[in-house]
Design a protein around this ligand. Structure first.
Ligand code: F3S
Length: 787
């Protein structure tokens, strides 16, 4: 079995739009009402009722605050007025194509034309149109009704959107051939393309099929018209309004089944029919879609709408021209179409033309482009700026330049794009500019493609290679889709209209400019806050707002710093002083210690004279030991102050690393000098020892005084003896006695001195303690001295 499925099937644009509006409204409000059934399909009406969408035939049952939806067929103005009077909220879901007819007849009536409506008098759409015509309209259901018309001076003829085309032809022919035919007749072929396409498709498919299934309600006029058409070419035509009624048992397997559906038939029903057929046959069904309608179609000029229609009404010539053409062919009314074709223009994809905004509905703009169908600019085709709202850009009557993107989208709509026109203009502007490679454009990431990203520069697609998206590697380019970008054009292929762009170059340039600005802000002598980022042996690198400066180890602290890590930690926030800037080499010298108080300035307060302090021996020299009181302040213990005992060298008592307690003897911040005494601290902190040492000293002093006295006595005795000897005559003395005596004296004096030195060990008169010099200590090194 083969199935040929019509391409144009299921809800038409207007019906789908109305149903969706009703569903959305019901979801928001709970219960809403439609003015008559929103669609000629019982099952859909039932489904909608379950969702809260109920049908009313009059407004009597509604109350203030209720919501009424005008269905795709439209309604006369009286309904709108009644809703306003009774404070009923009205949602207008009239199909834009029907709305266009309302405007045509309203204007035509205002201009004194008699409005002729070709269609069923009791069809809701015709009732609505008649209302907008202001009561002067005549409805022509068939060519026979033309005879009933009164004499008319000028008339505008419109058609019900679902009217069969041949009915319209017959009516026009009847008017043209009337004796008292209007001198001016403007024909507006308002038959909806959707209807026309479905009917022509039904005809084509029914010719090729052995059996035709027309899906749709028996109450739907357009479905019944499809049935009628199909029956002409395929005797075996059925109208299926429910899948339950689908029986295929008697069908031979080599059947070709054609399926068409009315504009009010939901897609769901088409799918169900296909499924049922598949199950019943238990075979795979080959589904062949009918050929798509030709993209390029001919357009009768007489269908130009509203303003242009009115212009034509006022000017009799075009009408006469049409009339003449019709007259020449009137013998065969089936040649009506060919008569129109002589006045046709062509519309094709990519064509740029001007149109007039008819309405703005739900972000979509309906535009009269002088075609039998109005054009629609979908939301996404309005502007390259997705934030732009159609309502803010356009209002009814605006002239707009658009590009045809699809002559027929399957529902009979002409799809238009304003964005493409903008884009083309931008291209022209772009190409007319000089040095566009030096300019930066705002863009939006659109989609990821092989090797990079497509970005939109005001409607122009630009390729951004993956390596040019950012300054760092990007694992997933999707993160740029929908995001704003700044692009620099790298390459323009003017002939193929292609752009290769880079965001990386922009980022690099921005970073450089930012850096330059930062360097400009760095002023020597100013204080800035920074964060320690890295520590090296020679200093610490500090981030001062995108620029790393160096605090050299010598500028880290006032005292000695072995390693910068003794002062800084990574991540530490510090305040630094700009010491020097070298913009060319991009180097900044920073000072940290310069902003810290100088330790020696506080030393006078911290280390008061007489106080006991503690420190670590850091260096030993011949004349004493240096003790670190803090990292930047050392005090000196003179060798004489190292111990309570006299010592030959400092190392006898102390070694580097010893922690000692000392008494502060003197502080000189200016000279950066603190004198310390360990001895004094020992004595102060150990009174017993001090007492013992004092007693020992007193004993030594007493012994010393005794010895001094004895010596004085000896010296006195010797002197008296010498006086006696000198008073004796020289002759009594032996010859060489004087020399000997002298020698003896000398010898005796020498030996006495030697004896005194040898016998009086420990009696050396050492200099006072406070006058001891390190050089002396080194002289006495190794000598045992008895205290
Ligand atoms: Fe509108 Fe045409 Fe459908 S006029 S309601 S789109 S058949």
């Amino acid at each position: 079995m083969r199935i040929i499925l019509a391409k144009n099937s299921g809800f038409c644009f207007g019906v789908r739009r109305a149903v969706e509006m009703a569903e959305q409204c019901a979801a928001e409000c709970g219960t809403v009402y439609t003015y008559g059934n929103i669609i000629h399909n019982e099952s859909v009406v039932q489904e909608l009722a379950e969702k809260g969408v109920h049908s009313v035939e009059t407004l009597e049952s509604l109350h203030a605050g209720d919501t009424l939806i005008v269905r795709a067929h439209g309604a006369p103005p009286a309904v709108y007025e009644a809703c306003t009077d009774r404070e009923i909220r009205l949602i207008d879901a009239t199909c834009p194509y029907v709305k266009r007819i309302h405007r045509i007849v309203e204007k035509a009536a205002e201009d004194g034309n008699t409005v002729l409506i070709a269609g069923k008098a009791n069809h809701p759409e015709v009732v609505g149109i008649r209302g907008w015509a202001g009561g002067s309209a005549f409805v022509l259901e068939s060519a026979a009704d033309v005879a009933e018309l009164p004499k008319i001076a000028k008339a505008v003829l419109v058609a019900q959107t679902t009217l069969p085309e041949d009915t319209l032809r017959a009516i026009i022919h009847a008017i043209e051939t009337r004796k008292d035919s209007p001198c001016v007749l403007q024909v507006c072929n308002t038959i909806c393309d959707t209807t026309r396409d479905r009917q022509s498709e039904a005809e084509e498919i029914s010719r090729r099929s052995t059996r035709m299934l027309v899906l749709g309600s028996k109450s739907s006029a357009n479905t019944q018209k499809l049935v009628e058409i199909c029956k002409k070419h395929c005797k075996n035509t059925e109208n299926i309004d429910s899948t339950d009624k689908l029986l295929l048992d008697k069908l031979p397997s080599d059947d070709i089944i054609g399926i068409v559906a009315g504009a009010s038939t939901p897609d769901r029903m088409i799918r169900e029919v296909l499924q049922v057929m598949s199950e019943q046959e238990k075979t795979t069904i080959e589904t062949i879609e009918a050929e798509a309608p030709a993209e390029e179609v001919v357009v009768p000029q007489a269908t130009q709408v509203t303003e242009e229609v009115v212009a034509a009404v006022e000017a009799p010539k075009p009408t006469v021209k049409v009339k003449e053409e019709l007259d020449s062919d009137h013998e065969d009314s089936s040649d009506f179409a060919s008569a129109f074709e002589k006045t046709m223009t062509r519309l094709h994809n990519g064509q740029v033309l001007e149109g007039t905004v008819i309405s703005v509905v739900d972000g979509e703009v309906f535009v009269n482009v002088g075609y039998k169908s109005d054009g629609v600019i979908p939301v996404g085709e309005l502007s390259s700026d997705s934030d732009v709202k159609a309502e803010d850009l356009f209002k009814e009557g605006d002239t707009i330049e658009v590009e045809v993107t699809k002559v027929n989208d399957g529902d009979g709509n002409v799809l238009l794009s304003r964005k493409n026109v903008e884009s083309k203009k931008l291209w022209d502007e772009l190409l007319s500019q000089e040095n566009i490679e030096e300019k930066i454009f705002d863009a939006v990431g659109k989609e990821v493609v092989k090797g990079g990203l497509i970005a939109d520069i005001s409607g122009i697609r630009a390729f951004v290679p993956a390596s040019q998206v950012s300054t760092k590697y990007i694992e997933n380019l999707n993160e740029f889709v929908g995001k704003p970008m700044k692009l620099k054009v790298l390459e323009v292929d003017r002939q193929r209209k292609r752009i290769v762009a880079s965001q990386k170059q922009v980022l690099i340039a921005e970073a450089a400019a930012e850096k330059h600005a930062k360097w400009e802000q760095i002023v020597v002598g100013s204080k800035v806050n920074g964060i320690v980022r890295r520590i090296a042996d020679f200093g610490a690198f500090v981030d001062i707002g995108g620029i790393d400066g160096l605090v050299h180890v010598t500028d880290a602290a006032w005292g000695r710093v072995k390693h910068p890590s003794d002062v800084f930690a990574i991540g530490q926030e510090i305040e630094v002083l700009i010491l020097n800037v070298d913009v060319e080499k991009e180097r900044v010298s920073l000072g940290y210690k310069q902003l810290q108080p100088k330790p020696w300035m506080l030393a006078g307060e911290k280390y008061a004279v007489g106080s006991i302090v503690e420190g670590k021996v850091v260096r030993i020299v011949p004349f004493g030991a240096f003790v670190a009181l803090e990292s930047t302040i050392d005090g000196l213990i003179h060798i004489s102050q190292v111990s309570v005992h006299r010592i030959a060298k400092v190392e006898d008592e102390l070694k580097v690393g010893d922690v000692v307690r000392c008494k502060v003897l003197e502080v000189s911040p200016e000279a950066k000098r603190i004198s310390l005494s360990r001895k004094e601290a020992l004595l102060e902190e150990d009174p017993a020892l001090a007492e013992q040492l004092a007693a020992e000293k007193a004993e030594r002093d007493r012994q010393y005084a005794e010895r001094q006295e004895q010596r004085q006595q000896q010296r006195d005795t010797q002197q008296s003896q010498q006086v006696q000897q000198s008073s004796q005559p020289r002759t009594d003395r032996p010859e060489r006695a004087p020399r000997a005596a002298s020698s003896d004296r000398s010898s005796s004096r020498d030996s006495g001195d030697r004896r005194r030195r040898n016998n009086e060990d420990g009696d050396y008169e050492l200099p006072p303690v406070q006058e001891a010099k390190t050089s002396l200590a080194s002289l006495f090194e190794g000598l045992k001295v008895d205290e």
